[in-house]
Write a protein that binds this ligand. Sequence first.
Ligand code: NAP
Length: 494
Amino acid sequence: MMKGTVMSGEMDKPLISRRLVDSDGSLAEVPKEAPKVGILGSGDFARSLATRLVGSGFSVVVGSRNPKRTAGLFPSLAQVTFQEEAVSSPEVIFVAVFREHYSSLCSLADQLAGKILVDVSNPTEKERLQHRQSNAEYLASLFPACTVVKAFNVISAWALQAGPRDGNRQVLICGDQLEAKHTVSEMARAMGFTPLDMGSLASAREVEAIPLRLLPSWKVPTLLALGLFVCFYAYNFIRDVLQPYIRKDENKFYKMPLSVVNTTLPCVAYVLLSLVYLPGVLAAALQLRRGTKYQRFPDWLDHWLQHRKQIGLLSFFFAMLHALYSFCLPLRRSHRYDLVNLAVKQVLANKSRLWVEEEVWRMEIYLSLGVLALGMLSLLAVTSIPSIANSLNWKEFSFVQSTLGFVALMLSTMHTLTYGWTRAFEENHYKFYLPPTFTLTLLLPCVIILAKGLFLLPCLSHRLTKIRRGWERDGAVKFMLPAGHTQGEKTSHV
Ligand code: NAP
């Protein structure tokens, strides 16, 4: 048997007193002997797990094929020994090896019989497609005399090492035996994590899929934002770079990294913001048409409604980038040349003062509206952070997200209109017969503002309010019928 060398003292100290971790929440006596836990494997996960277990007051014994080589990497309080020796006394053994090496543990089957095996493994995407059986179920099939519990796979080695403050605190647990799940749950709690029962071992496949996901709810909104960016960039490139090059032989390719990007960013931010409010308008129109709220929206509309938060946050991101890029515009050398050239032209034309009152006002107003719109979007973004959203009641949250969100859309529309001013009506701004970009971006928000205005008309707003309170056009609301009314006469659409 071997002992590991001394690791940093901080990690050896119990982070969570064993006195605080009783399941019923009461202060229990410190057990005379620390509960023993085994770990098979001496890799990254095993090391972090051992460190956290030791820090949480457990007695840890690590089973390695080569304990001499790996002992020095573990905390001094953890025993590092051969696999056979490590599994002899603990009742709970963590299997911190990859699936393909499970079979190499079969020689330990007799010693492991009757014990709890905690499967912490995560398959790769390829492995998941390759095997129909989850890693935990496979382990259970190799060791039928053991109770397998799936747990800790959603916690990274880093999160274990850094403590429960970093990363997700939830440990998803599944298994077929309640008692075994309870034991592992208590261990997770003692280590400062929050156990979450995911049901039987059959759920292991689902639990193993979780770490493979990469921001699933952001996929469609991000693709949408990127698609919009590419389309608007191409449009602006044709208008601002290609057209002058072809028609006037002017080389404006230098505009590509900054100027064209900065013309594109607000378009994407503005269209995305409209896409946050468009599904609400469509849903209201659908409810008005159907005369009921008890009919499911089509799937595409349902998904769209569920992704509004992500679309809104992406809109804020693009608006922020637009603000930063705009600050950089005067720093460009091309801008300085333009200013000097303008001054020289002025001197040559013998003009003492260049001041266009209308232009000055237009710029002051559109910049101010832009800053206000960005401020409003920041408020929406901040209130969508879960900890802040949780501190608001339903009405406050809906006021910020719905009313202030609509104010942000109005401010952005006014910012765009004052930016565009009369350009939509000037022929020289139609390059290659393409209208100025801002006119395109205005289409969607104008439809939304118009629709919202229509919904405010007393006849529509009254009807919509009634529908949202359960009224149905044909009076088919089952729950509103007086007692004793004949069944089947009037039924809900749901
Ligand atoms: P690792 O660093 O490669 O360690 C794997 C360990 O398996 C080795 O150190 C080895 O220890 C042991 N092992 C036992 N039998 C083996 C054999 N026949 N061939 C090769 N190695 C054998 O991997 P890891 O990152 O610690 O991951 C271990 C398990 O934890 C995996 O199932 C992984 O999916 C899961 N996990 C890891 C993380 C993470 O952040 N790393 C997070 C969640 C889950 P000995 O040489 O001492 O026997």
